[in-house]
Design a protein around this ligand. Structure first.
Ligand code: ASP
Length: 340
């Protein structure tokens, strides 16, 4: 479903940051601590008032708030952007409300295959996993790939074998990720498939999670985690774990996306936004609008993204009815939102 481009530049799409860029180094003694910022998402899609009761919305927003607390707590304590995005995404993976970790959508075979990625901007290091079946928090394994292997992306059986070498990571049976709501969505998708009705991606997925942070050192990191799309088959992998498509961070820009992954893959969406910022000098708000409300819908896709630049300017554009999102700006202003 496609709606008018996001016009909430001031209210939601780009939160003004503190004026002035700052050097990517620790503040000198006596200086005020350098500002930090965090933005998170819990998926973009067809979220309407009729589908989301006020009680459910309150529960979703409470979990977004817990994720903000976790990530922002890391940042104000002087932790790194990488630690902050992992902390925030981990909370969302453990929440049954989102399509990541517990609460992930079902594959056509009735199981769960989970994808995740992390990227650290100032080092250019990245880690990603795809098709995980037993790792409770895929974002933690993505970080371990980055920190403990010479590789960037591990998939399927091999990724599970690598997880075997990390005893600190909790393993669960695949049905631990089940939730009644996702099973209903699988049954509906199966029924549509029997009728040979087309399952549109908007029905098939929703609730991917992600986080992007700026730490006191001026460093940016991004993370994304997802169960992908309901009724996915043949080991389908979406954009979330693909560096540059669903997750990207550089020295000047970080992005995590959510939406119809095939289009984000084809447009290399996260990198497309950051390239506009870093190579063309676009403000991040304009760059993100261009890709999320221009390029992606023009190709036939839908979804949203979150991100920030080196000044802590936060962007949260989407072209769907809603996107679960939360933010803490450099001046401490904080919020969560679902609809436009
Ligand atoms: N982008 C995810 C995927 O295609 C799904 C989503 O964000 O809702 O796997």
């Amino acid at each position: 479903m496609r709606l008018a481009p996001c016009v909430l530049l001031l209210a939601a799409c780009a939160l003004p940051a503190l004026a002035g860029a700052r050097p990517a180094s620790s503040p000198a003694a006596g200086d005020a601590p350098a500002p930090v910022a965090l933005v998170i998402h819990g998926g973009a899609g067809v979220i309407t008032r009729e589908q989301l009761s006020e009680a459910d919305e309150a529960a979703v927003r409470a979990d977004l708030d817990r994720a903000l607390d976790a990530g922002h707590g890391v940042l104000v304590a002087g932790g790194t952007a990488l630690e902050a995005v992992v902390a925030a995404v981990r909370v969302l993976e453990d929440s049954p409300w989102f399509n990541a970790g517990k609460g992930a959508v079902f594959t056509a075979e009735g199981g769960h295959e989970l994808d995740a990625a992390v990227m650290e901007g100032h080092t250019g290091r990245a880690g990603a996993v795809a098709g995980l079946r037993t790792v409770r928090n895929p974002v933690l394994l993505a970080r371990a790939v980055m920190e403990h292997t010479p590789h960037v992306m591990l998939a399927g059986e091999g990724a599970e074998r690598f997880a075997d070498t990390r005893p600190e990571l909790e393993r669960v049976p695949n049905d631990w990720f089940d939730t009644p709501r996702r099973r209903e969505q699988l049954e509906a998708a199966r029924e549509r498939a029997q009728r040979q009705a087309v399952t549109t991606p908007a029905e098939a997925r929703f609730g991917t999670v992600g986080a992007v942070a700026l730490d006191r050192h001026g460093h940016i990191a991004a993370a994304t985690s997802t169960g992908g799309m309901t009724y996915k088959r043949w080991g389908r992998v979406g954009d979330a774990p693909v560096i540059g498509a669903g997750t990207y961070a550089s020295t000047g820009c970080g992005i995590s996306t959510t939406g119809w992954g095939e289009f984000y893959l084809r447009s290399v969406a996260a990198h497309a936004i950051c390239a506009r910022v870093e190579l063309r000098g676009d403000p991040i708000g304009a760059a993100a609008e261009d890709v999320i409300n221009g390029l992606i819908p023009a190709m036939g896709g839908d979804g949203g993204a979150i991100g920030l630049d080196a000044r802590g300017t936060i962007v949260m554009p989407f072209n769907t009815a809603g996107m679960y999102r939360g933010w803490v700006a450099t001046d401490g202003r904080r919020g969560t939102a679902v609809f436009r």
